[in-house]
Design a protein around this ligand. Structure first.
Ligand SMILES: [Zn+2]
Ligand SMILES: [Zn+2]
Length: 347
């Protein structure tokens, strides 16, 4: 084991503090990564505050990680020292179940190993990316193309794949009308990716406050959901609605915006159940679905897609000492559109 600098939450209510975490010595199939940047995801905040269940404190979160390989185990073939790499929301899975064999490790039937707050195969609790180094099995390490600005690449590892996967699965593309609900960290990536896939994109946001940004990211239409006329005007319109909002919404009002065989997919995660009227699903043979991150192969495909299409998240770079302030700003949606920690400030 060795010790590295990190920021951790001591409890659900204390601010995050500078500390150290232990990393395992790299095994034969492990990659040691010197972390350059770590994105701040809303899930990090839910987790450290204990809103999604029991948490093993002290905990270092962070699952939007980019850096460089500084050491590889003897059996590693996919990565070399010096490579620019990334790690997302999971660092292992069983590799044997039907879903793992199908390349859908995020849906591992035995539970994937999360990048933080999970129990790793060696029995230790995983610690995330708000840290100077991490050791990860090579199969869960992604290649980050040089074409993506290094500091902006981090949020692709969660926000990017979380939106890319459903857009790809439900075939956003030319001739398809896609609505993105919410214009935050996930929403702004969904807009950019859906536009690059060739879809006609509409943003449905609470207000028109970010309309200029939405249109700049390539959306063709932008509507305020606080205006009831929006729901009249857009009835029976969309092939796909990607809901990125993690607060409860009136699902049935949004479902009525789907045209024949349309699907509304949730990537935001409100803790409360959302009541669905089955009669709303009968009309237009609508579907109501969910989607969680993406498999490793698909995450690589997303990174390569973003490099090819010149897509990167909009970020605000901060030093480690500003993480607590950044959390408060995420909670009031006062960020355009993702905070990224400059991990050099932790060395
Ligand atoms: Zn995340
Ligand atoms: Zn599995």
């Amino acid at each position: 084991m060795f010790t590295v600098n990190a920021i951790a939450a001591p409890s659900a209510t204390d601010p995050l503090v500078r500390t150290t975490v232990e990393r395992r010595d790299p095994g034969p199939r492990d990659v040691l990564i010197e972390i350059s940047y770590a994105g701040i995801c809303h899930s990090d905040i839910h987790t450290v505050r204990g809103e999604w269940g029991e948490v093993p404190y002290p905990l270092t979160v962070g699952h939007e990680i980019v850096g460089h390989v500084t050491k590889v185990g003897a059996e590693v073939t996919r990565h070399r020292v010096g490579d620019r790499v990334g790690v997302g929301c999971m660092v292992n899975s069983c590799r044997e179940c039907a879903n793992c064999r199908a390349g859908q490790e995020q849906y591992c039937l035995n539970g994937n190993v999360g990048t933080y707050a999970s129990t790793d195969r060696d029995g230790t609790v995983t610690q995330g990316g708000y840290s100077t180094h991490i050791v990860v099995d090579e199969d869960f390490v992604l290649r980050v193309p040089e074409a993506i600005p290094h500091e902006a690449a981090a949020p692709l590892l969660c926000a990017g794949i979380t939106t890319y996967s459903p857009l790809a699965h439900w075939k956003a593309g030319p001739g398809r009308k896609v609505a993105v609900v919410g214009m935050g960290g996930l929403g702004h990536m969904a807009v950019k990716i859906a536009v690059a896939m060739g879809a006609e994109v509409t943003v449905l946001s609470q207000t028109l406050g970010k309309k200029d940004d939405g249109l700049r990211f390539g959306a063709e239409h932008y509507h305020a959901t606080s205006d009831p006329a929006t729901f009249e005007a857009l009835a029976d319109t969309f092939d796909l609605i990607v809901n990125t909002v993690s607060a409860p919404i009136d699902v049935n009002a949004y479902l009525r915006l789907l045209r024949l065989d349309g699907t509304m997919v949730n990537v935001g995660a409100p803790p409360e159940p959302l009541p669905v009227k089955v009669f709303t699903l009968f009309s237009n043979r609508r579907s109501f679905a969910g989607s969680s991150i993406g498999g490793i192969a698909e995450t690589q495909e997303m990174l390569d897609f973003c490099a090819e299409h010149g897509i990167a998240p909009e970020i605000e770079l901060i030093d480690a000492d500003r993480v607590n302030e950044a959390y408060e700003r995420v909670l009031t949606s006062d960020v355009r559109y993702r905070f990224v920690i400059d991990v050099d400030s932790l060395r």
